[in-house]
Design a protein around this ligand. Sequence first.
Ligand code: DHB
Length: 484
Amino acid sequence: MYNKLIFDETEFTVETVEEEGKTLVYRAFENIPYVTKPADEKIQRLSIFVPELYYEGKSIDGYNLKNAPIFMPNTVGGYMPGPQERPGKDFMGRTNATFFALLHGYVVVSPGVRGREMQNQEGRYIGTAPAVLCDLKAVVRYLRHNAKRIPGDVNKIISNGTSAGGASSSLLGATGNHPDYEEILRSMGAAEERDDIFAASCYCPITNLDHADMAYEWEFYGINDYHGMRIDPPAPGEDKPRMKPIDGLMNEEQQKWSETLAKEFPDYLNSLHLKDENGAPLSLKPDGSGSFREYIASYVIHSAQRELNCNPELRNKTDFSGLSPKAEPEKQVWLTIENETVTGMDWEKYIAFRTRMKQTPAFDNVSLGTPENELFGNEITKYRHFTEFGYMHSKCEPEMADEMQIKMMNPMNYIRDEKAKKALYYRIRHGVIDRDTSLAISAMLTAVLREQGVKVDFAYPWGIPHAGDYDLDELFAWIDSICK
Ligand code: DHB
């Protein structure tokens, strides 16, 4: 079986691509199967890209063919399949991180991974949880299996992803070698190797899904109007997806659920017994206030101060209308700035300023149909619930996801488990005006990782909505700082 998983160094092309006035010449090893028993022959493949300079014996900033870090960005969005990508443009027409990473001197591995909606010829769903994570693990195992032949350093794998892809990256970093996944990996024909990674970069991870509804209501309870965006496939002849605004008001039943869920969150949060960097407990009172909320606020304030320091236009300005156009004018003022120092913030006003994006429940919908309901389907059932609340309040014939499936999709379940080898480093970014999930999700992830000795570079960057890869210079500086 393993012969099939041997990397063939002789199968490559040399490509040249130009983006934003920069020319990249790279060697491409593409479309390599990384499991022997794929559920889908087309998607379960990976590509390896290498700066061609390395084959001329040259180096880039101290990196060469042997020691270059392996940057592994996934293209997962909305828990849909994440196909391999080549250096060039992403689906939004932006130059992708793969292009810039190669220019910077990294080896790039682009994994193709399964996601929801995928069906095999018999009509069975083959991309439900935890397929995305198991595919990423199988990719890591393939690289380790070929450690001597693979360009770059397999002990320096840095995964990267945004949103559902950020969640997948956080899972890959948190669950290394854990036996829970072993049987699935074996059945896929993954190499028998370790699957822990060196570092995980996670932009706005939509994770901890089984507690995300309560976290969302803890944050947005009391705000009943919602403002979202639907992304439709490109119109015929176009190449960019279409955006359609969705605005509405939650009904009375939803408003009640919001209250119930909001009240459940402090119990969950307190049950984690988290601490801040100085060892002080992070907790919440029944009304939702408390040191954990202050912890989040301190990162928001830090973000505003950082912006203030480098953006003179913001000095002593407290109206951020440009940042959140949907918020009413009086909701725009929520930071206190005195003598060019951000001295405080009004939590309620900040939340009102961000505005609600999703209706209650935000993830495990009582009528099913969310990306997450589909993620937790199985081979024959398209949508399932994954929280007790969703199940108990279901308007459908409810079916619950398997307990193990839910467990395996939440990094919080593995970070304190010594059987999981954690990445040594994490970089977590969650935009200060992101509303796709609660800011609590990344804060909890950060706190529990730090407790376990993982070095986490964590920030809520100023002015950033639900997005990723917007600060590649900083991302690469972080990678260099941990690799060199
Ligand atoms: C994504 C965004 C969401 O709001 C969500 O619930 C799941 C995934 C995404 O962009 O990947």
